[in-house]
Design a protein around this ligand. Structure first.
Ligand SMILES: NC(=O)c1ccc[n+]([C@@H]2O[C@H](COP(=O)([O-])OP(=O)(O)OC[C@H]3O[C@@H](n4cnc5c(N)ncnc54)[C@H](O)[C@@H]3O)[C@@H](O)[C@H]2O)c1
Length: 453
């Protein structure tokens, strides 16, 4: 059961009042033992003193009031005895009170832990500057980072996701925020909602995920894109389509500029994704030309960072997880194929700049620094600090040999280029996977099983 923050506070206050009430009632119904003990001891001592010294019975007993207790100076020994008893009883009572306070403090802490944490402080935007932004696939890796930035900027963000590869946990820190809404929705079905901008990110992105249900991948990228463009048309929203470097296939031009048409096998294992994204681009420009929809197309190259899926299955996550678990790092083929990786925060800057720009042609967003797969394996192993062996396995069908973006367009029209150095980005990502592994070991769920064939 999920309680609102306000309700949890009420529960906390009621809980504390209840505990105090019980303590008060207990001490009231059982008169303070200090007084009873003292009186009993006092009477005993008095009795023995009278018995021993009853010849001196002429001594007048003077009574003085000390606090709530009666005090007599008729006998010095008895008096000292009583004072000692009083001191000891006080100490005992005090210790018991300290124990009760400790108990209460730990109960309060436990209740406080159950109160949802405060949302991050977002910027305030007045209604003229504040936009309603839909992010399809916003519970995924890239989408959730985009949610964070747009929320912090003060916009209203609606996430529509079917949670195929995304997780509520990626956006749970925004649940309950007045500017945030999460809708469980599959984008192959139409969505009716009022928004100013749409980032269409819904689609599995890694080969094991998009090959898992190839027909569904094609539907998401075709029917899903039609639904998003139809929505944009109806409400006059600007829409950004997340395309991919895979539209270039196994490229024959290197690096790849946006003007390159690609080299894609239409019936290969990657076709459901590659061709799906190519149709998605075609649809976007068809809606732009025919229906005047304001479209932006980002061709995203390999991206890495925290919140990547444990079973992403691509180079960075595979290598990090194998190194963290002291397993052999497996390379498909000879390891001489090259890749370039951008850190997720760089991509988010690029997506937001593209949406804000007036540039309507496709734009490559990626890091042009190229490395061989073998180099990546070595860098990751060294950063993790393990002693994993690097081993080669047979090459994968249609695995591109080279991938490197030409980012001249992004630099020129968006004034954008990646800034996060590989080592910094990898360290953050390794830390994230380290924590994920600790979580999964603890719960025995979501355990990563490296895909070594
Ligand atoms: N991460 C990369 O390196 C990369 C590279 C190129 C392109 N892209 C593109 O960026 C976008 C986001 O990729 P990601 O890495 O965050 O992937 P991801 O798998 O982490 O996120 C995709 C999100 O879309 C959701 N989704 C999938 N099918 C859906 C459907 N039918 N309806 C509603 N939601 C659906 C998933 O549940 C998930 O939350 C994708 O469109 C992907 O093709 C990513």
């Amino acid at each position: 059961m999920v309680f609102s923050k306000r309700k949890m506070k009420h529960f906390l206050i009621i809980g504390v009042l209840l505990v105090f009430g019980i303590c008060f009632y207990k001490s009231w119904s059982n008169p303070p033992t200090i007084l009873t003990n003292f009186k009993e001891n006092y009477l005993d001592n008095k009795h023995s003193a009278n018995h021993q010294h009853h010849s001196a019975s002429n001594n007048e007993q003077q009574q003085a009031l000390v606090g709530n207790e009666f005090y007599t100076n008729s006998n010095d020994d008895a008096e000292n005895n009583n004072v000692n008893i009083l001191n000891n009883d006080f100490k005992n009572e005090l210790n018991q009170a300290y124990k009760r306070i400790d108990l209460l403090e730990s109960k309060i802490k436990e209740l406080e832990r159950r109160i949802p944490k405060k949302h991050p402080d977002v910027r305030f935007l007045n209604y003229k500057n504040r936009k309603r932004i839909l992010i399809t696939g916003g519970a995924g890796f890239v989408g959730s980072h985009l949610v964070d930035v747009l929320m912090m900027q003060g916009h209203e963000v609606v996430v529509a996701d079917n949670f195929f590869t995304g997780r509520k946990r990626n956006v749970e820190h925004w649940l309950g925020h007045e500017n945030f809404e999460l809708i469980h929705h599959d984008i192959v079905n139409p969505l009716f909602i009022e928004v100013d901008e749409i980032y269409h990110l819904a689609s599995p992105a890694s080969p094991p995920h998009y090959m898992y249900n190839r027909v569904k991948t094609i539907k998401t990228n075709t029917l899903g894109t039609i639904n998003v463009l139809g929505l944009a048309k109806r409400v006059g929203a600007k829409v950004l389509i997340a395309s991919t470097s895979e539209v270039y296939g196994d490229p024959t031009v290197h690096p790849q500029p946006e003007t390159y048409w690609g080299h894609v096998n239409p019936i290969g294992p990657r076709a459901c994704y590659d061709e799906g994204k190519r149709v998605s681009e075609t649809l976007s420009y068809a809606y732009a030309m025919q229906e005047n929809v304001n479209v932006r197309v980002a061709r995203i190259f390999n991206t890495y960072g925290p919140r990547m899926h444990m079973n992403d299955g691509r180079v960075v996550s595979n290598f990090i997880l194998q190194a963290l678990q002291n397993e052999s790092i497996t390379i498909y083929g000879n390891g001489k194929q090259t890749r370039s990786f951008q850190y997720v925060s760089d991509l988010i800057d690029g997506l937001i700049s593209l949406m804000a720009s007036n540039y309507t042609q496709p734009v490559n967003l990626g890091n042009p620094i190229e490395r061989t797969i073998y180099e990546f394996a070595e860098i990751i192993r060294d950063l993790v600090g393990g002693k994993s062996k690097i081993i080669q396995t047979p090459a994968v069908e249609d695995d591109p040999q080279k991938r490197k973006p030409d980012i001249t367009r992004a630099k020129k029209y968006l004034n954008w280029e990646p800034r996060v150095p590989l080592k910094i980005g990898l360290e953050k990502t390794i830390e994230y996977f380290r924590k994920e592994l600790a979580r999964s070991n603890h719960s025995q769920r979501n355990i990563f099983i490296p895909d070594v064939e």
